[in-house]
Design a protein around this ligand. Structure first.
Ligand code: IPD
Length: 274
């Protein structure tokens, strides 16, 4: 894809993320109409659906030839059609559980892949007014200021993020608790905040050193993968191998050695692919 085209993709995504953020912020303090998807803790609201509809329709006006993958479209039965074509991968509200509870750690996440590689990431938390963006080869930014990972290599000095309670599957829950038990003893601190995309941004901006999770989807990580990589961090599989956007596993870290060390400690869980 030509540089000018990528520049247009980024500027369009930034503008639309801000507008989508306005929709999320407007609904944030109001009573939400909450619906269940795969389980009683897998939630969707009218805002998730409205934001995805808005983003798809606005992006399609500018990029009619591109392809689209969105959390709520897939929940409604669409296939994850992942090809080499430029593909927008969108989570309209990442951290829906937080949004439902008016816990101010929620965002819209917009990623673009070309030849199956994430090249643009825009993640906006409208409650805190934190706009993260990155474009491959051009660095990562928070509210237009350049961000970098901390570079930490020592686990005992690292703040680690691991998500808890996002699955009713007993085998996965056991794995999550076991990994928390391992890491709580070894890391400087441990957090669980409820938004995959923002967790990745925290690692990218040096506010945390590592985040890992099995069970995420491509729309949770497509944008974050660019932000972390462009901030100098590593994005790998939870077992330490190459990151695979559809494998539903992610580990991102402030340094390669920290990433590999934690990957070797983790109990592994493999959900079905996207
Ligand atoms: C969820 C959040 C959560 C993570 C889950 C995701 P959603 O996304 O990112 O932090 O633990 O795996 O599914 O459903 O709020 O868009």
């Amino acid at each position: 894809m030509a540089e000018a085209d990528l520049e247009l993709c980024l500027s369009t995504a930034l503008k639309l993320a801000r507008e989508a953020g306005g929709m999320i912020k407007d609904a944030f303090k109001k009573k939400k109409n909450v619906m269940l998807k795969a389980s009683p803790i897998d939630l969707v609201t009218e805002t998730d659906e409205a934001v995805e509809k808005f983003l798809f329709s606005e992006l399609r006006k500018v990029f009619p030839q591109h392809r689209y993958i969105g959390e709520e479209s897939v929940a409604a039965g669409a296939k994850v059609d992942f090809t080499d074509a430029p593909t927008w991968i969108i989570d309209p509200v990442d951290g829906t559980m937080n949004f439902v509870h008016s816990f101010p750690f929620t965002c819209v996440s917009i990623g673009l892949t070309v030849n199956k590689e994430p090249v643009i990431g825009v993640i906006y938390n409208p409650i805190l007014d934190h706009m993260y963006h990155a474009r491959k080869g051009h660095g990562a930014f928070l509210n237009d200021e350049k961000i970098t990972v901390s570079g930490e290599t020592d686990l005992s000095k690292s703040l680690v993020i691991g998500e808890m309670g996002t699955s009713p599957i007993p085998e996965k829950r056991e794995c999550v608790f076991e990994n928390a038990r391992i890491l709580v003893g070894k890391a400087h601190g441990f957090r669980s905040l409820g938004s995959c995309a923002l967790n990745m941004c925290l690692v990218a901006s040096g506010a945390a050193e590592l985040y890992h999770e099995a069970g995420i989807h491509c729309w949770d990580v497509a944008a974050g993968a660019v932000v972390v990589t462009e901030a100098g961090g590593v994005v790998i599989d939870t077992a330490g191998g190459e990151f695979d956007l559809l494998s539903r596993r992610v580990l991102c870290a402030s340094s390669p050695s920290l990433g590999q060390e934690v990957a070797s400690l983790l109990h592994q869980y493999q959900p079905p692919r996207d």
